[in-house]
Design a protein around this ligand. Structure first.
Ligand SMILES: *Cc1c(COP(=O)(O)O)cnc(C)c1O
Length: 419
């Protein structure tokens, strides 16, 4: 009987033509469009190879040296390597690299520090917080008593006075800082002070920006937070997956929360790919890449302002750009669909204080991780901003230029990358 996938041979997909066609379609899609989705990045061939490597088969429940399965010699060494490299890269005392994803890492952090019904203070989802910051559809909103802080109407920055007032009134057990749609560096020290005043743990959800901190471009939450949540994909360009950094005091609680409370066996192939990317991100080339992501985002924000969009907070300190699209007369959803039709991927995003419902949204969110991995620089991002302006004005000629720009850029997924 034929195997479904004969790995490593181009003939593999002759065995399952339907899937072969889908894989081709996905590769073609990636080649033909410009990708400004904030959470996506091109992965290096080594990451693809490690994800598809022999480590994928291995079960290794537990931690190095204390597994529930035998045959874990190489798996132990891989996990140790990933954890020690994460600790070195981010300057942390303890790393747990097992979480399957960022959301699962947040669930584990909650499990380590909270009981159902406990109070949490987090960035409100309407102002840029992730679902795990108290959405009613998520475990966070269902199992905890979550109060939400937001940004100031005047300048779009996090309102630390409001955070302090809510902390005093709500007495949270966990103060959760971090967001998906906030383009500015976060003042972790100020959050620490507020957490200390009310006796709360400080958890930093730094999934978007921890890579920039590792590169020294923005302040790191690691010296301030009790627990830091990160992901190895997004800006870091590694495998999809989460990880946790914490203090010595919380190390055991965090480890037991990840396994056996939330997860079963870690994905050893994912651990290997994490180890790889934590090693690469400690090299100067990654610092150059991260700085270029920020420079590209700043040019994109300025270019979009010139096209009539209003950058939230007036600009960006990171690889993220969020804009209010009100002046275009279109909702974020309408713009997102128009852009997709023209071969450009970006995301709709809620604009704080705007009445537009989240499903439509008044704004857009973009990130420069993917395009920067492809080698795009400031002049190209300026061009991209103009193209987005043309799409908003209904100019159908933009699609051809987008495809040309996309196809001229390298690397594509799995072919080659800067790290
Ligand atoms: C991406 C992200 C998450 C969730 O990560 P997943 O791997 O998608 O589960 C959580 N918080 C923030 C701030 C993120 O950017």
């Amino acid at each position: 009987m034929a195997t479904i996938v004969e790995s490593g041979t181009p003939r593999a997909w002759a065995v399952d033509e339907a899937l072969g066609r889908l894989l081709d379609a996905e590769r073609g899609r990636q080649r033909d469009c410009l990708n400004l989705l904030a959470g996506e990045n091109v992965m290096a061939p080594a990451v693809h190879q490690l994800l598809g490597s022999a480590f994928a088969e291995k079960y290794a429940e537990g931690y190095p040296g204390r597994r529930h399965h035998t045959g874990c010699g190489p798996a132990d060494a891989v996990e140790e390597l990933a954890a020690r490299r994460a600790e070195a890269l981010f300057g942390a005392v303890h790393a747990n690299v097992q979480p399957y994803s960022g959301s699962v890492a947040l669930l584990a952090a909650a499990a380590a520090l909270l009981k159902p019904g406990d109070s949490v203070l987090a960035m409100s989802v309407a102002h840029g917080g992730h679902l795990t910051s108290g959405s009613a559809a998520n475990f966070s909103g269902r199992w905890f008593d979550v109060a939400g802080y937001g940004v100031r109407r005047a300048d779009g920055r996090i309102d630390l006075d409001q955070v302090r007032d809510l902390a005093r009134a709500h007495r949270p057990k966990v103060l959760l800082a971090g967001a998906i749609a906030y383009p500015r560096a976060i003042d972790w020290a100020a959050f620490r002070e507020i957490a200390d005043e009310v006796g709360a743990f400080l958890v930093a959800d730094a999934a978007q920006t921890l890579g920039l901190s590792a590169a020294g471009l923005i302040a790191s939450p690691v010296p301030h937070a009790d627990v830091v949540v990160g992901v190895s994909h997004k800006l870091l360009g590694g495998p999809r997956g989460g990880f946790l950094l914490c203090t010595r005091e919380l190390a055991e609680r965090i480890d037991r929360a990840v396994f056996p409370f939330v997860q079963g066996g870690p994905m050893v192939n994912q651990l290997a790919a994490k180890a790889y990317i934590f090693g690469q991100a400690d090299r100067p080339a990654f610092g150059d890449y991260a700085a270029q992501c920020v420079a590209n985002a700043q040019v994109l924000a300025e270019g979009l302002a010139a096209e009539g969009f209003r950058p939230l907070t007036g600009g960006t300190d990171t690889h993220l750009v969020t804009v209010d699209a009100e002046a275009t007369g279109l909702t974020g959803r309408e713009l997102e669909l128009r852009a997709e039709e023209a071969g450009l991927l970006l995301g709709r995003c809620a604009v704080p204080f705007a009445p537009t419902p989240p499903s439509e949204a008044a704004g857009l969110r973009m990130g420069t991780a993917w395009t920067t991995s492809q080698g795009l620089r400031e002049p190209e991002l300026e061009h991209v901003a103009r193209l987005i302006g043309r799409i908003a004005r209904g100019d159908r000629g933009a699609a051809g230029e987008i495809r040309e720009l996309a196809q001229s850029t390298k690397p594509q997924c799995g072919e080659s990358a800067s790290f």
